[in-house]
Design a binder for this molecule. Structure first.
Ligand code: NBG
Length: 831
């Protein structure tokens, strides 16, 4: 049974029990919260109670900062950045908030003195809000952290999904999805705002009417759903600023429709409530065909409408008119998911606030900026005009009007070029008419940006070429970044301590460029040893955790070769598997060969409907089952699949990696951000010239990066001249033998058909040129194996990688957005 050493009551400390940052204050608050909020004595507290008491103790300390920030921002009348994103992959809050408040150590001492298992409470107990699929949602969370740290007034707007990204189990090597239950035990970090609610309309029809001699449009919807705000404070690091993350939950306007009730249609009445609340039930997995996902469009419109109505409300608090709206707010569209905002702001200004088209358009066009996150054609959203008409009839009218005016401009600029007009149009008229959301976002924004240099160049020369010719000045590149608070300080405290010692202060945490000071130690033998010891300790932590939670047994002395990201053909996890099989075959043929012992670790979810991706997971596990149990291999090669890769598990993985696999086909990965997290933690990268890899290599130096494969240009040329993957097999006996080995049933208990969809796809189509890059990858991996043997040299490269990651802090990215796009400035807050 648990006992807690309750501190004696001290009136002076009790007074400040909800804000004090002293150890005694924290102890008192913790015990109080356990009793008064959880209703528990320490003796009977469950792990959840113990966690909740800690969470409330920390939240209390955030609220004062939050209130002060709100009033400081109001007084400063500074421009507010509104980040509109359908996804936020926040990760566990508690540890991050302790770090940002600067009380991690004190809290640990307080916990120890209370007799608590601090790590269990702070690291293990929290259910993370998985309100995103991957990089895009995590980027939004990193940017929220940096906005607060840079003291920029900002609101993150999004959706409070009841079920976030599914939890992944691995059963018999296959992915099994189970629903995420992050809200089951309550969410201590959010404050419900039941009075802060907006109606959002759907369906029905529109009607033209006269209003004081002006033509007006009235929308008669057939469904109104309420959006209720749930607020989560987001603290900056080492500052008193706390910003707001405001997520919307859908509710029926009334619990029961009494009219239907009285007419006897009880179930019909309840159904309306269920339909309304379904809008924010579940996060859609990406990488799935979007066809027919009406609910997805509803989600998008729902959160955008609530957010814009909220911004207008805030604006009218301190202004009589909306004329200055765009001076007060800069709204960033995180991909096309919130692109309907362009039409919705127009509707609100025209129909609800009586503005004329021209001024409304000026405001709209000067409010929004748009980030594109992918060039993959299947991810460029379009919605059928028929669906739009049914769900958002007024918005379709507005989109047509925007389009008419826009295309007139295009026609005048490019006389007679109707092909260009058709390409630029907001409506795709080839086949069933569809609204092109990226075009709507671009036409309605003052800036468009890509997320890494190569990505932006490709954006400008391919999918956005016509727009770039029309408005070259609107296009920017802002290379992504990640927050060093979460991805070094929180997840790798040993490394953080060593960095602080070497840099002589903690300045690097706010200014990652300071890590350059590590370069001076890169060749220092003693420092290298300590660096390696930190890495080995993290590897041991990971191995221990895997032993506790899975049946994987891995050896921290081997090279940890890690690929963790969504499973997708373009990311080419199967190329990695082909390498594992290569080594396996070689070792079987030559048991005495001198091979660098490696542990291959994979993590990542496949979209539930993406069959080939799920088959790749099965293949990884199937190869692992054979290799791991082959006595001849004797541990030289090991394969582990870490189930349920999410932010929390990522935090265990990044510190422990020696080698980071960033092996997408060049031109496909817009940026990648895992690549940055690994490198910051001293992993070396094996990668193609894709996404931000290009810039990482530039920063760390080509000698400290393992490069292989075709470049984006070479990929295009190869495709243009006709790519026949079979030729690769014909000219490479080893490659052919590997594919044949998979087909032989060795990894599938004799089933020769199981992996055929994969192997046949590679031989016949290979859309992501796995086979074209195979040989180059294998040779590069041989260089990795050799490099590992000279540990001093490896450590030097590892130190230099971490030392040169300054550019990839999200603080740098957000500062660039502020300077170049949002024109937003900092506001100092003092509690
Ligand atoms: C993803 C890209 C990644 C990129 C993140 C964040 C989408 C649509 N795009 O390469 O695939 O790092 O966005 O920009 O999820």
């Amino acid at each position: 049974m648990k006992t807690i050493n309750i501190p004696p009551t001290n009136p002076a400390s009790v007074e400040r029990t909800r804000t004090s940052l002293s150890k005694e204050g924290l102890k008192r608050a913790y015990v109080d919260n356990l009793f008064y909020l959880q209703g528990r004595f320490p003796e009977v507290a469950t792990p959840l109670d113990l966690y909740m008491a800690a969470a409330y103790t920390v939240r209390d300390r955030m609220l004062e900062r939050w209130i002060c920030s709100a009033s400081a921002y109001r007084e400063a009348r500074a421009r507010t950045v509104c980040y509109l994103s359908a996804e936020y992959l926040l990760g566990p809050h508690l540890a991050n908030n302790l770090i940002n408040l600067g009380i991690m150590e004190k809290a640990r001492e307080a916990g120890d003195e209370l007799g608590l298992d601090f790590d269990e409470i702070v690291v293990e107990s929290e259910e993370e809000p998985g309100l995103g699929n991957g990089g895009l949602g995590r980027l939004a969370a990193c940017y929220m952290d940096s906005l607060a740290t840079l003291q920029i007034p900002a609101i993150g707007y999004g959706i409070r999904y009841e079920f976030g990204i599914f939890d992944q189990l691995i059963q018999d090597g296959w992915q099994v999805e189970v629903s995420d239950v992050w809200l089951r035990d309550g969410n201590p970090w959010e404050l419900p705002r039941p009075k802060l609610r907006f109606g959002v309309c759907f369906g029905g029809h529109t009607e033209q009417c006269q209003d004081n001699g002006r033509m007006r449009v009235r929308w008669h919807p057939d469904l109104v759903v309420n959006g209720v705000a749930y607020d989560t404070p987001i603290l900056g690091y080492g500052v008193d600023n706390a910003n707001l993350l405001r997520l919307w939950k859908a509710e029926a306007p009334r619990s029961f429709d009494f009219q239907s009730f009285n007419t006897g249609d009880y179930y019909g009445a309840v159904q309306t409530k269920v339909d309304a609340e379904n809008i924010t039930k579940v996060l859609y997995p990406n990488d799935e065909p979007q066809a027919g996902k009406e609910l997805r469009l509803k989600q998008q419109y729902f959160f955008v409408s609530c957010s814009l109505q909220d911004m207008i409300r805030l604006h009218l608090h301190s202004n009589d008119t909306l004329d200055d709206f765009h001076h007060k707010f800069a709204a960033q569209l995180n991909d096309t998911h919130p692109a309907i905002a362009v039409a919705e702001l127009m509707r609100l200004l025209l129909d609800e606030h009586g503005m004329d088209w021209e001024p409304a358009w000026t405001i709209t066009r000067n409010t929004f900026a748009f980030t594109n996150h992918t060039l993959l054609p299947e991810a460029l959203e379009t919605w059928s005009v028929a669906l739009f008409e049914r769900l958002l009839p007024r918005h379709l009218e507005i989109i047509y009007e925007i389009n008419n005016r826009f295309l007139d401009e295009v026609r005048i600029r490019y006389l007679g070029d109707e092909a260009r007009v058709a390409r630029l149009s907001l409506i795709d008229e080839r086949g069933e008419k569809r609204v092109r959301m990226a075009h709507l976002a671009t036409v309605g924004s003052f800036a468009v940006n890509g997320v890494a240099e190569l990505h932006t160049e490709l954006l400008k020369s391919t999918v956005m070429k016509d727009f770039c010719e029309l408005w070259p000045e609107r296009f920017h590149n802002i290379t992504n970044g990640v927050t060093p608070r979460r991805f070094i300080v929180v997840s790798n405290p040993r490394l953080a301590a060593l960095m602080t010692e070497a840099c002589g202060s903690e300045k690097w945490i706010r200014n990652l460029g300071c890590l350059r000071m590590l370069e001076a130690y890169a060749g220092d033998e003693n420092f290298q040893q300590r660096w390696q010891a930190v890495k080995t300790a993290a590897k041991r932590d990971l191995a221990d955790w895997l032993t506790r939670t899975t049946d994987a047994r891995i050896d921290p002395e081997t090279l940890f070769d890690v690929q963790a990201k969504r499973i997708h053909e373009y990311k080419r996890q199967h190329l990695n598997v082909l390498h594992i099989i290569t080594l396996y075959r070689r070792l079987k043929a030559n048991p005495n060969m001198d091979l660098t012992p490696r542990t291959f670790i994979f993590g990542g979810k496949a979209a539930p409907g993406y069959h080939l991706a799920k088959l790749i997971i099965k293949l990884i596990n199937a190869v692992g089952a054979v290799v791991n149990h082959d006595p001849q291999i004797n541990g030289t090669l090991r394969v582990a699949f870490l189930p349920n890769f999410n932010v929390k598990n990522g935090q265990r993985l990044y510190p422990a990696a020696d080698l980071s696999e960033q092996i997408s086909m060049a031109g496909k990965e817009a940026s990648g951000t895992g690549n940055m997290k690994f490198s910051m933690n001293g992993a070396l990268t094996i990668g193609t010239l894709d996404g931000a890899n290009v810039e990482i290599r530039e920063e760390v130096g080509e000698d400290n990066f393992f490069l292989f494969g075709l470049s984006a240009d070479e990929v295009q040329r190869r495709l243009a001249s006709g790519y026949h993957p079979r030729d690769c097999c014909d000219s490479d006996e080893e490659l052919r033998a590997i594919l044949d080995l998979i087909d032989s049933g060795l990894f599938s208990h004799g089933d020769t058909r199981l992996f055929r969809p994969l192997t046949e796809n590679l031989r016949n189509h290979d859309p992501f040129m796995v086979l074209a890059d195979f040989r180059s990858y294998i040779e590069c991996q041989e260089a990795v194996g050799h490099a590992w043997r000279d540990r001093a040299h490896w450590n030097r490269m590892s130190i230099l990688n971490a030392a040169r990651m300054g550019k990839f802090s999200s603080d740098r990215s957000v500062q660039e957005y502020c300077d170049r796009i949002w024109k937003a400035r900092s506001v100092d807050v003092k509690v």
